[in-house]
Design a protein around this ligand. Structure first.
Ligand code: ACO
Length: 322
């Protein structure tokens, strides 16, 4: 038995910000951004909240799965940009979609969040706890972005993606997850303003801060290792994988990973040109897009890989069964 996707959904805010608009805010250009990242535009939340986007994506996934919200037993929401600290976003989504029988909680593993949420649901299934789950990832990264910092504001976008999982017969694949807290400094957001225990006011750096080159090196080194480890752990040959669905950080990272493992880049679907980097939401948004485009065929083996702040990286294999 293993966790099988039986419905996907996604949501992107209506406001689209192209590279020319960013070039009005900081010293950059459409050409520079496209050549270094592949990004042409991103969707930016205005009225939409993280919870709203997550609930919209979830409703589409539930509709495609053909189940009622009451059948969902578990909701895991991946986000690093929840609207509020308490209650957690997963409980807010539970309320919005009427999944009143679900257990719900959030995880924050940055851009690896959706893959780790899938792994957790799969592990709950394998332990005999829960048979139907909703995993959802949503981000409002524009609220954490310093729009005067050209190193970061060109990269990120907002949006949400979701999948309904069912425990179904079939080979159980083992997942791989790693972290390296020593490298946490490469991507931070110390987004807290408050008062410490002595009553002193403190304010820390409020926005996403990134060492782009360190992140680039990390991704290009660790993701090929991750792919090989996932394949080896499951006794799967690389040529059996139909699609490599990766976190959508940067086209140069994805092309370098494809080169490193000797695969053509068309096996690495990309939509970051339209969305920018939506952190945990990027993989489910892409999965929903290629699912609804009819690119995924029953029996396709898909290797998912997330990588990002923490540093964290995680991968698994799923067999498409829709
Ligand atoms: N527009 C124009 N020039 C710029 C910009 C910009 N937006 N940003 C930096 N520059 C300049 C720099 O000041 C520098 O100028 P100098 O040579 O005069 O000093 C020059 O361009 C080169 O800067 P680098 O930082 O060396 O540029 P690099 O080629 O490394 O590209 C980038 C920067 C795109 C951020 C790259 O490092 C990258 O993609 N890193 C990965 C980061 C990432 O994906 N982060 C997402 C979050 S983590 C995750 O999702 C995994």
């Amino acid at each position: 038995m293993s966790a099988v996707i039986c419905g996907t959904g996604s949501y992107a805010p209506g406001y689209v910000m192209d590279n020319d608009r960013i070039a009005e805010l900081v010293e950059t250009s459409d050409t520079w951004i496209r050549e270094r990242t592949g990004i042409r535009q991103r969707h930016i939340a205005k009225a939409e909240t993280t919870t709203y986007m997550a609930a919209e994506a979830a409703k589409k996934a539930i509709e495609q799965a053909g189940i009622s919200p009451e059948e969902i037993e578990l909701i895991i929401m991946a986000t690093l940009s929840s609207d509020i600290i308490l209650p957690c976003s997963a409980c807010e989504v539970q309320k919005e979609i009427g999944a009143k029988n679900a257990a719900a909680f959030d995880i924050n593993a940055a851009c690896s969040g959706f893959v780790i949420a899938y792994n957790m649901a799969d592990a709950f299934f394998a332990a005999g706890q829960f048979k139907t789950a909703l995993i959802v990832a949503a981000e409002s990264l524009s609220h954490l972005t310093d729009w005067t910092d050209r190193n970061t504001c060109i990269l990120f976008g907002d949006g949400a993606g979701a999948a309904v999982l069912k425990n179904s017969p079939g080979k159980h694949f083992l997942s791989v997850t790693h972290s390296d807290g020593e490298k946490g400094w490469t991507l931070t957001c110390k987004n807290r303003l408050g008062t410490n225990a002595e009553g002193e006011k403190f304010s820390r750096e409020f926005y996403i801060d990134m060492n782009g080159q360190e992140i680039f090196k990390f991704a290009v080194r660790k993701v090929p290792e991750l792919i090989r480890e996932v394949l080896q752990k499951n006794g799967v040959q690389q040529e059996e994988i139909t699609w490599f669905v990766m976190h959508q950080a940067n086209c140069r990272i994805l092309e370098a990973v494809a080169r490193h493992i000797g695969e053509p880049s068309w096996k690495f679907p990309m939509n970051l040109q339209h969305y920018g980097n939506t952190s945990s939401a990027s993989i489910p948004i892409l999965l929903d897009e290629i699912n609804r485009q009819g690119k995924l065929k029953k029996g396709d083996k898909i290797l998912l890989a997330g990588f990002g702040a923490g540093q964290t990286w995680s991968g698994n294999i799923l067999v498409w069964d829709m």
